[in-house]
Design a binder for this molecule. Structure first.
Ligand code: NAP
Length: 307
């Protein structure tokens, strides 16, 4: 069976990644788009999800690419209509939303997929296998990028529920919670919030694995010049560096793998498999770490920021 899918929120990530990935993956076709200000080519277009559900009686699945603040209501609407749901990351604005969606998907007997694209970066599986055989002594995460370059004209990202620098930072946490087998706890956090915004522009988190290895984390949106998406692991017998957001792997300083980005096609293959199996994949581990940073973090006001 080929999944007939409708996409909601035709913005940057939908155009950059979802449309090309769906076009190249077998087992799923895009038949409709619901977006208030944009139209998809070669599909039926609707102003919102309600109109799309009413107009597309044959739709099997709904892909939600809007900002996190509005995703819960849309996901509920789609699940209640009996559709499988693919959630962009983060899967909700709060942990309780995602738990409620998981319960609803189970009750409806449909697939819910909380996609964490960075987990499908080329070198993550190999890094996870390397970690499984070793005792971790220290982890250091540096996720530094230029918000003006990556998120121009996205006011929602600075509003409550928009995550601020945790919007990219949660990608690092999604890799971290994939490659570390133990539970991870947040010990403390500093959140730098510009005086004219609701969400942080910088954050430092002190975390630890259950067996006590420290995890020092810096998320910063003020980085111009070269951008940094690195996770470094020191183990008893060796070191690992995942860079380029998980697409390059160095072991003991030697490059092992440097592969092109295949994250979204891989996620769509996973979604097709989940629907075929009637399964749910809605891990909230990265979202819980962000929630904990907001719960225990010190709020440090910082200079106003203009996009
Ligand atoms: P975006 O460019 O702002 O697009 C989101 C789209 O959602 C908008 O174009 C808008 O389309 C629609 N929308 C519906 N309700 C909205 C509302 N209340 N406020 C604003 N837009 C609304 O954002 P994006 O970069 O694609 O990010 C969307 C999601 O994808 C986020 O959760 C983000 O974390 C995730 N993501 C983004 C990237 C990236 O590189 N940008 C990478 C991976 C994941 P209409 O106005 O036409 O309805």
């Amino acid at each position: 069976m080929t999944i007939r899918a409708g996409l909601v929120g035709l913005g940057k990530i939908a155009r950059d990644q979802h449309l090309p990935a769906i076009a190249q993956v077998d087992g799923i076709d895009l038949v409709a788009v619901a977006s208030r200000n944009a139209q998809g080519d070669g599909v039926n277009n609707y102003p919102d999800l309600g109109a799309m559900l009413a107009g597309e009686s044959q739709l099997d699945a709904v892909i939600l690419c809007q900002p996190p603040q509005v995703r819960y209501a849309a996901a509920r609407q789609a699940l209640l209509a009996g559709k499988h749901v693919f959630l962009e990351k983060p899967p909700g604005a709060t942990v309780s939303e995602v738990d409620a969606l998981t319960a609803l998907a189970k009750a409806q007997g449909v697939t819910l997929y909380a996609s964490w694209h960075s987990r499908y970066a080329a070198a993550v599986a190999q890094a996870k296998a390397w970690m499984a055989d070793r005792t971790v002594e220290r982890i250091s995460i540096q996720w530094r990028e230029d918000v003006r370059h990556w998120h121009p004209g996205q006011p929602w990202i600075w509003e409550a529920g928009g995550f601020g620098v945790f919007d990219p930072g949660i990608n690092a946490l999604s890799i971290l919670t994939e490659i570390v087998a133990e539970p991870i706890t947040v010990l403390s956090a500093d959140l730098e919030v510009p005086s004219n915004k609701q969400a942080p522009i910088g954050a430092t988190l002190s975390m630890a694995t259950a067996s006590g290895a420290p995890i020092d984390t810096v998320f910063d949106w003020r980085q111009t010049g070269p951008q940094t998406w690195d996770i470094a692991v020191e183990a008893k017998n060796g070191s690992l560096l995942l860079s380029e957001g998980g697409n390059t792997l160095r072991l003991d300083g030697e490059v092992q793998m440097k592969a092109p980005d295949e994250e979204y096609p891989t996620m769509y293959r996973r979604f097709v498999d989940l629907v075929a199996a009637g399964a749910i994949d809605a891990d909230t581990a990265p979202l819980r770490l962000v929630a904990d940073a907001f719960l225990c973090g010190r709020h440090c006001p910082t200079a106003a920021f203009e996009d």
